[in-house]
Design a binder for this molecule. Structure first.
Ligand code: TMP
Length: 239
């Protein structure tokens, strides 16, 4: 593959920018250190986050590919930039939970840390203007956000991702509490895992100490945010 360069910026999100390339089927994603929470109400910077999220997400996507989950990943170009297959994002945030935390604990009035017998899945409608409202698969169908077949595929892949990552992180002394995935459609309609898998989009608790090694430290003003990102990065990369 010849050297890929960024052309025009297609999109800027809260944590990443997306650029066109000379190949219209590929884009370059560029990870920023910008951090937001509560739909952008809280803003800040986490030094080095872009590097951690880019490299960690790429390692996990490659692991998932090997385990049979197709992803958008093509090639890591630099510490912050990655070449990915261009997709149309399915406007659903897909959340898998193994242990109660965050909005689940709040919504149902239970403490954090309850281990579920089976993982749960939920969807939110990816729409900042509406604050990403929770919805079920019937709502998603009614709103034509995805087809029945696509939703079935997405569910299967999401639970597979959970099986693979839960075990992977446990070997690193980390409990995978919950996470959010996004999927995209290739031009031929194939569903692939897209976006990122990182401490921004997962909850990671140290298996020994229970220490939080993810973005909750930023969301909850706990301090030690950068150190937590570096710690989870070290566990994953061995660096
Ligand atoms: P929640 O408990 O706040 O619903 O979050 C569940 C998981 O989803 C958690 O690992 C953090 C992740 N997440 C995102 O990646 N983006 C978001 O906008 C939100 C609200 C959560």
């Amino acid at each position: 593959m010849e050297v890929m360069e960024k052309k025009e910026q297609l999109y800027e999100g809260k944590a990443k920018k997306v650029f066109a390339t000379e190949d219209e089927t590929l884009c370059i994603v560029s990870y920023k250190d910008d951090a937001t929470a509560f739909n952008g109400l809280k803003k800040g910077t986490i030094a080095g986050k872009g590097v951690v999220n880019n490299r960690m997400s790429n390692m996990l996507m490659q692991l998932l590919e090997k385990k049979g989950v197709p992803t958008h990943f093509v090639k890591e170009l630099s510490e912050r930039d990655t070449l990915v297959r261009k997709v149309k994002i399915v406007p659903l945030e897909v959340i898998i939970r193994n242990v109660s935390a965050g909005s689940f604990a709040k919504r149902y009035g239970v403490p954090e840390g309850i281990v579920f017998e089976k993982p749960t899945i939920e969807f939110s409608y990816k729409c900042d203007a509406l604050d990403d409202p929770l919805l079920n698969s019937y709502h998603a169908l009614a709103l034509k956000l995805a087809t029945e077949e696509e939703i079935e595929t997405i569910k299967q892949y999401a639970f597979k991702v959970n099986e693979v990552l839960k075990e992977y992180f446990l070997h690193l002394g980390v409990r995978l509490i919950d996470f959010k995935l996004e999927f995209g459609r290739l031009p031929d309609g194939t569903i692939v895992l897209a976006d990122e898998i990182s401490p921004d989009t997962c909850r990671f608790w140290d298996a020994q100490t229970g220490e939080k090694l993810d973005k909750d430290r930023f969301r909850r003003d706990m301090g030690g945010v950068e150190a937590a990102y570096q710690e989870i990065f070290k566990r994953v990369t061995g660096e």
